[in-house]
Design a protein around this ligand. Structure first.
Ligand SMILES: C[S@@+](CC[C@H](N)C(=O)[O-])C[C@H]1O[C@@H](n2cnc3c(N)ncnc32)[C@H](O)[C@@H]1O
Length: 173
């Protein structure tokens, strides 16, 4: 289990009331973020695996903050079009090969003062890889090209978890 302290800090830092997560697993990070949300805060979390959804829902039912969390079952790329903005915090922690699509849709759903977090992005610091040999790292590197070229956002790779890319809609200059 990864330490959720950074996620809780980010919920506080952006004053989040509405959070979106992609990749629920057993609900650990969702519950941690919900603990920091205000009483009327809400969190939608997307999970493809029905077994993990059942596990997460069981854990939510035992948490005093579980009522804030809505677990959506299915591939996130099918769930995301049905969601409407804004979200103050978006946490992406699922299948890396789809990160570019999660990033693009995440920016559409992100509140102007919000933050989009993409976990497992340490691979951005590696040299070029063969996409056929390592599609996950290649997807992360495609993401790096996108964020580097985009002057409308600020992106910082933070050395927590497996490298979290923090994207905001506030350009540096
Ligand atoms: C690393 S785990 C998430 C861990 C969780 N965020 C935490 O920190 O407690 C990644 C999860 O993403 C789910 N996942 C993978 N591909 C997905 C997809 N296309 N749509 C939704 N969920 C997906 C996996 O089933 C897995 O449960």
């Amino acid at each position: 289990m990864k330490d959720p302290t950074f996620l809780k800090t980010m919920v506080k830092r952006v004053g989040a009331r509405r959070v979106l997560e992609i990749g629920t697993f057993d609900g650990t990070s969702a519950i941690a973020m919900a603990e920091t949300l205000p009483d009327d805060g809400t969190l939608i979390t997307c999970e493809i695996n029905p077994g993990f959804v059942a596990l997460a829902r069981k854990r939510l039912s035992r948490s005093p903050h579980g009522h804030k969390i809505d677990v959506r079952v299915g591939p996130a790329l099918e769930t995301l079009p049905s969601l409407a903005g804004w979200f103050d915090l978006i946490f992406v922690d699922a299948d890396t090969k789809n990160y570019v699509q999660y990033y693009r849709r995440g920016l559409e759903l992100l509140a102007p003062a919000g933050a989009l977090l993409l976990d497992n992005t340490r691979g951005m610091t590696l040299g070029a890889v063969d996409p056929a040999a390592d599609p996950a790292i290649a997807a992360i590197q495609e993401l790096r090209q996108l964020v580097t070229a985009d002057r409308t956002i600020t992106a910082d790779l933070v050395p927590v978890r497996d490298g979290v890319l923090v994207v905001t809609k506030q350009p540096l200059a």
